[in-house]
Design a protein around this ligand. Structure first.
Ligand code: MRU
Length: 365
């Protein structure tokens, strides 16, 4: 996607400096800061501190982390160490483990002197694949938006989204946003309700993305969605997911579950857009089995923003010493999901339907 007219991905390989570059998302939407990631500690920090974030993007970043480790020391021990080190950075999004497993499986059988170049090629492959997967998700999601638009007599299709499942959360296009970009580019009028997504306000990233692409949108509090649905102001919901079980439960940013409940109660279709690496075929019951990341209290008790003098600063919201609880994700049971928009098409959130669409995973389940 473009930033001030220049095409960007959320990460890219700087061929001159031979280093990975990222957008430091902590400063968005106010400052656009890019930076190299140069050491293993830097990779871990970038993922843990959410300079890079979003399930597909942390998977791709981790693959570049493995490439760095293989350039430093291509031994078996080093590969295992890098797997464990990077896998420990964030617990919920399965794309991280998926990318690390793929790297380990492809690199381990190779002679050590071939591993560094193969690891870098593989990281590029994972990044490029993510772009194509998300483009395909957009094409399939577009068909759903078209159907709804056909009943709206030229009025915009109102889509509600939660968190940022945009191009910033992937390598490009985004998952939930890809159908929106496709619809807008096809001339279908859409308007997006953007949940602010406390505590880190990833909705501001979504607003920045949509605004840069000229897509009409409105930033709303996390609690507004139910009210808007009751009043017929939401035609559909599209969110992303950090881990989807083989039964179709989706684990996404905290608050997604409440949106799904409100959508069910109001007959609003609730779609989840995902690349297939976000499916964890080893997990059936998302509520019981998916580890939910517990983040720092400070993300709840304090908030970052830009003041009128243009300075980006953090301010305290709560009284001194107030304890804060910060579960970062929740699980929406499959029964609340209208459909999963994948790179192969739209599938019911149901084990049999998912295996029919992805038969190669039959054995894993
Ligand atoms: O904590 P974050 O910002 O990494 O959480 C991101 C989300 O919850 C996204 O919705 C999810 O990763 C899907 S991204 C295409």
């Amino acid at each position: 996607m473009k930033v001030n007219g220049t095409p960007y991905r959320s990460l890219w390989w700087n061929t001159d400096a031979e280093v990975l570059e990222i957008i430091d998302q902590r400063w968005l939407p106010h400052d656009f800061v890019t930076q190299p990631v140069e050491t293993m500690e830097d990779f871990a920090d970038a993922i843990t501190e959410m300079r890079v974030r979003g399930a597909p993007l942390i998977g791709a970043t981790a693959a570049y982390g493995i490439a760095l480790k293989m350039a430093l020391d291509p031994s078996d021990t080093s590969l295992e160490q890098a797997w464990t080190f990077l896998n420990g950075t964030r617990p919920t999004a399965i794309n991280l483990r998926w990318a690390l497993n793929r790297c380990r499986a492809q690199l381990m059988p190779l002679p050590e002197d071939e591993r560094a170049s193969a690891a870098l090629r593989l990281a590029h492959e994972i990044a490029d694949e993510d772009v194509e997967i998300n483009r395909a998700i957009g094409r399939h999601g577009l068909e759903i938006i078209k159907e709804i638009a056909a009943k709206k007599d030229g009025e915009p299709v109102n889509i509600l989204t939660h968190c940022n499942a945009g191009w910033l959360a992937t390598v490009d296009w985004g998952t939930a946003t890809s159908p929106m970009y496709h619809a807008h580019d096809a001339g279908i009028p859409i308007h997006v309700w953007v949940d602010e997504t406390r505590p880190r306000n990833q909705g501001a990233l979504t607003s920045w993305e949509l605004g840069s692409h000229g897509i009409p949108h409105t930033y709303i509090t996390d609690n507004a969605g139910g009210h808007l649905m009751q009043h017929g102001q939401v035609d559909m919901v599209i969110t992303g997911t950090d881990r989807t079980t083989r039964a179709g439960d989706v684990c996404n940013k905290i608050g997604t579950y409440l949106k799904a409940l409100a959508a069910k109660d109001n007959g609003v279709p609730f779609y989840v857009a995902l690349p297939s690496p976000t499916i964890d075929w080893t997990v059936s019951d998302g509520v019981v089995e998916i580890p939910i990341e517990d983040r720092k209290e400070r993300e709840i008790t304090h908030v970052w923003g830009r003041n009128d003098a243009g300075k980006i600063a953090e301010v305290q919201v709560t009284p001194d010493g107030t304890p804060g609880g910060n579960p970062a994700f929740d699980v929406t049971p499959a029964r609340l999901v209208t459909g999963l928009i994948t790179e192969r098409g739209v599938v019911a959130a149901d084990e049999a339907a998912m295996i029919e669409m992805f038969p190669e995973f039959r054995a894993a389940s």
